[in-house]
Design a protein around this ligand. Structure first.
Ligand code: ZN
Ligand code: ZN
Length: 323
């Protein structure tokens, strides 16, 4: 699996690997068991468990407890400091330890490897909404999904899904930037109502921009190869099977956001005769928005675009059975 080194420090690329979590929370433990098992019977049983878990997630509108790794950066402390993990003194004059940029936890560099993934980002540290890691944002604001996603979708659906070329037509760039600034400044208090932004294409544009600016795409680099594999499969049943497996590789907050977006896009396609948007068009729009190749090779990335479109198209068409 290729990892984009730029994002390695954030830790998500290692979310599914062993050393990252010595003390996994129950939810993650379950996910691990699912991946590790190979027995036939066990598999079907676990698939059922996973479906039940998803159903619960769907009905329960309460904020789930997402696990998040700390975002440690080397830090120079002024004055004496003690490690918040082992409680021992942090020796030295400079770079005595590391500090989490999201929650402010101070620990020894060697202790940072032992700290469980229980980072609770503080709004004091998480200032922006756009280009903020998705799980960090939802944990900092204590929401189930990024508020940009919920608020934009609510606005689009309340103004009507019949508008021709929804998501395909683009709004005025300056105004889209304006919406972004409003979210960065006001968070869930941002005013994106019709009084401020009359053109619905500004709202759809702001939502697409949100996904494009995520440091780790909604379909993460780790899960990317599996999603692409599903689009490359020949048999439609196999495609769905692989897609189902691929969804399990997503961090829970990403999966939940994807589910919500796909349900919205599915409703949109049901009004195709008015808005002229079907799953195929939306795949073209959202493919490269939700997925980015982990490799930096431009040719390979270009080659992937048609599969990215197909992945989104399949997700929309099969939204009801996949999630
Ligand atoms: Zn933290
Ligand atoms: Zn320590």
């Amino acid at each position: 699996m290729t990892i984009n080194p730029i994002y390695e420090h954030i830790g998500y690329t290692t979310l599914n690997r062993e050393p990252a979590h010595k003390k996994p929370l129950p939810a993650l433990k379950e996910a691990q068991v699912e991946r590790d098992s190979s027995g036939e019977d066990e598999n079907s049983e676990q698939r059922l468990t996973s479906l039940v878990r998803r159903a619960t997630l769907k009905e329960n509108e309460q904020v789930p407890k997402y696990e998040k790794v700390h975002n440690f950066k080397v830090h120079t402390f002024r004055g004496p400091h003690w490690c918040e993990y082992c409680a021992n003194f942090m020796w030295g004059l400079i770079a005595q330890g590391v500090k989490c940029a999201d929650c402010g936890l101070n620990v020894h560099k060697q202790c940072s490897k032992m700290v469980p993934n229980d980072c609770k980002p503080d709004l004091k540290h998480v200032k922006k909404v756009y280009s903020c890691d998705l799980t960090t944002l939802v944990k900092a604001h204590n929401t189930k999904r990024p508020m940009v996603v919920d608020m934009c979708i609510r606005e689009i659906e309340s103004r009507g899904l019949k508008s021709e070329g929804l998501y395909r037509l683009s709004g005025f760039t300056d105004l889209i930037e304006d919406v972004k600034m409003a979210f960065d400044r006001d968070g869930e208090k941002a005013d994106i109502s019709v009084n401020v932004y009359e053109d619905i294409n500004i709202i759809t544009g702001a939502l697409k921009l949100y996904f494009r600016e995520l440091p780790i795409p909604l379909i993460t680099y780790d899960a990317y190869p599996k999603f692409l594999e599903s689009a490359k499969a020949v048999d439609p049943n196999a495609q769905l099977e692989i897609l189902h497996e691929a969804l399990k590789l997503l961090p829970p907050a990403h999966c939940e956001t994807l589910r919500y977006l796909m349900a919205h896009l599915k409703r949109l396609t049901l009004l195709e005769k008015d808005n002229l948007m079907n799953a195929e068009n939306l795949g073209i729009v959202f493919g490269p928005t939700l997925m980015r190749a982990p490799e930096l090779d431009a040719m390979a990335a270009l080659n992937d675009i048609r599969y990215q479109r197909l992945v989104v198209e399949m997700l929309i068409k099969n939204e009801d059975i996949l999630f």
